[in-house]
Design a protein around this ligand. Structure first.
Ligand code: GLN
Length: 489
């Protein structure tokens, strides 16, 4: 097996057995990135010398017998996670040269174990988008077909994992940004329950929706990454102090006897779902049934309002969060302005891309006096109804099944001028964020043209265990091949 094919678990085991060194693994990945990332464009920032220095340090730790599961394992980070001393751009011009002075909690956790931070990955600007085309810095290609988008907003992380530029990556998910790119790139993505993972050091988009989670090659790696990143953090008051289980326990028994899976009635009549996506979905359901899962129909009656409510709540929160980027405190400042108001105006007009400006304007409008109750207030009430739908559904089942996205990855440029189509493509992923529940995307098939198609499972709050258990069993049963895309230089 080539070094670049190793999963987190495989790399970790070989490193611990001293069969490979972190230095050679990191070098192999850096060589591959150098050869192929011109085609994929998944990384915004790479510092090969620093990565190799981290690898050397990890090898020393292993030699001293002080290694833990992530020691020496190269991991990529979405460029929305603050890294001390390494530029963190959020793929925005406004932060193009911003170098944080501290690490996000998830980054500290990786560093504590001496993982190798191999680079920072491309994304939609401030995580707003579903294709990574809203990046102000570069356009990432899908490794399975470079004419197609990798999905978004964590498209750089998903593409880097699929292209085997790293053993695994972290992404963030406000409305699907871990699960949807994972689905489009044929890898596993898990959005944990809101509050499971500290958001400290994550540049906020929608604070009541954002979660950090793994984008990895298989379900076992997702469990390992969850073991590392979950848990209480005094630096994030929304981070739960609930006990974190050992997620790898989900992988011991592949039988799913006794598990109940709900299929939402409303999703079955949903328009615009590609027949190939439906076929993959049905096959995954049948496979789960073959593993002992009992399927039941459940109702999520407010599903038709999810997109509308999300696209009020997320822009409202974004408009508040992004107010801090004003040219005074962070990053880019427009030059040549002689009064404060024009400096603000020019900084924001030049620093933020069109989608981010659109969201700030929608959010500011919806929160303004006289409109607040009609928009934000109303959308929050709808959100409560969506949460209640999920609570009721989980009285009847352990997991809820759905497609991840209505279509396989679309072509680069196909939807850029049509924000509404882009928003509507989030229909299946937004609910998990609105209801604060966890969701996983696992590869489940391919389109006739060879694009990967994922399958989504959502769980009750804090029940990532059921998702990992079902995901692991499904992954074994589906045994999808080919697992890797051929990337042409
Ligand atoms: N596509 C959604 C949006 O643009 C979700 C993005 C995300 O999860 N960060 O808001």
């Amino acid at each position: 097996m080539d070094l670049h094919e190793l999963t987190i678990k495989q790399a970790s085991d070989l490193l611990a057995q001293k069969k490979i060194s972190s230095l050679e693994l990191t070098q192999a990945l850096l060589d591959r990135i150098e050869a192929l990332d011109q085609t994929i464009a998944s990384f915004i920032t790479l510092d090969p010398d620093d990565a190799l220095a981290q690898a050397q340090k990890a090898d020393d730790i292993i030699a001293a017998g002080e290694n833990t599961p992530f020691t020496g394992v190269p991991i990529a980070l979405k460029d929305v996670l603050c890294t001390n001393g390494i530029r963190t751009t959020c793929a925005s011009k406004i932060l193009e040269n911003f170098v944080p002075r501290y690490d996000a909690t998830v980054v500290s956790k990786l560093k504590q174990e001496h993982a190798v931070i191999i680079g920072k990955t491309n994304m939609d600007e401030f995580a707003m988008g579903s294709s990574t085309e809203n990046s102000a810095l570069m356009v990432t290609a899908n490794p399975w077909n470079t004419a197609h988008v990798p999905g978004g907003s964590s498209g750089g992380s998903a593409a880097a994992v699929a292209a085997r530029f790293c053993c695994g990556a972290l992404g963030t998910d406000t409305g699907g940004s871990i699960r949807q790119p994972a689905s489009h790139c044929g890898v596993v993505g898990l959005k944990p329950t809101y509050g499971r993972v500290s958001r400290f050091g994550l540049v906020s988009y929608g604070s009541s929706l954002d979660q950090i989670g793994p984008i990895v090659r298989d379900v076992e790696d997702a469990a390992l990454m969850m073991n590392l990143i979950c848990g209480h953090d005094p630096k994030d008051s929304t981070c739960s102090d609930r006990k974190v289980p050992d997620f790898t326990k989900a992988l011991v028994n592949p039988s799913l006897k006794g598990m109940k899976a709900g299929i939402p009635r409303e999703y079955q009549s949903m328009e615009g779902v590609d027949p190939e996506v439906s076929a993959v979905f049905k096959n995954a359901v049948k496979t789960l049934e073959g593993l002992g899962v009992e399927t039941v129909e459940v109702g999520l009656p407010h599903s038709e309002y999810v997109v509308a409510a999300y696209y009020i709540i997320a822009p409202c929160e974004a408009s508040a969060n992004l107010a801090r980027f004003d040219g005074v405190r962070y990053g880019f400042r427009a030059k040549g302005q002689d009064d404060l108001i024009s400096m603000y105006k020019q900084t924001k007009s030049k620093g933020f891309g069109p989608e981010v400006q659109r969201r700030i304007i929608i959010g500011t409008y919806a929160l303004s006096a006289g409109y607040y109750d009609a928009y934000y207030g109303r959308a929050s009430q709808v959100r409560t109804l969506i949460m209640e739908d999920f609570s009721r559904a989980f009285e009847q089942c352990d997991i809820i099944l759905s497609p991840v996205a209505p279509t396989p990855a679309f072509k680069i440029g196909e939807n850029v001028d049509d924000p509404l189509t882009m928003y509507l493509s989030d229909i299946f992923t937004l609910s998990a964020n609105m209801a604060s529940v966890p969701g996983i995307s696992v590869p489940a098939g391919f389109s006739a043209s060879g694009l990967p198609i994922g399958f989504q499972m959502m769980g009750a709050r804090f029940d990532e265990m059921s998702l990992l258990k079902a995901g692991f069993a499904l992954e074994q049963a589906l045994d999808l091949k080919p697992k890797f895309p051929e990337i042409k230089e």
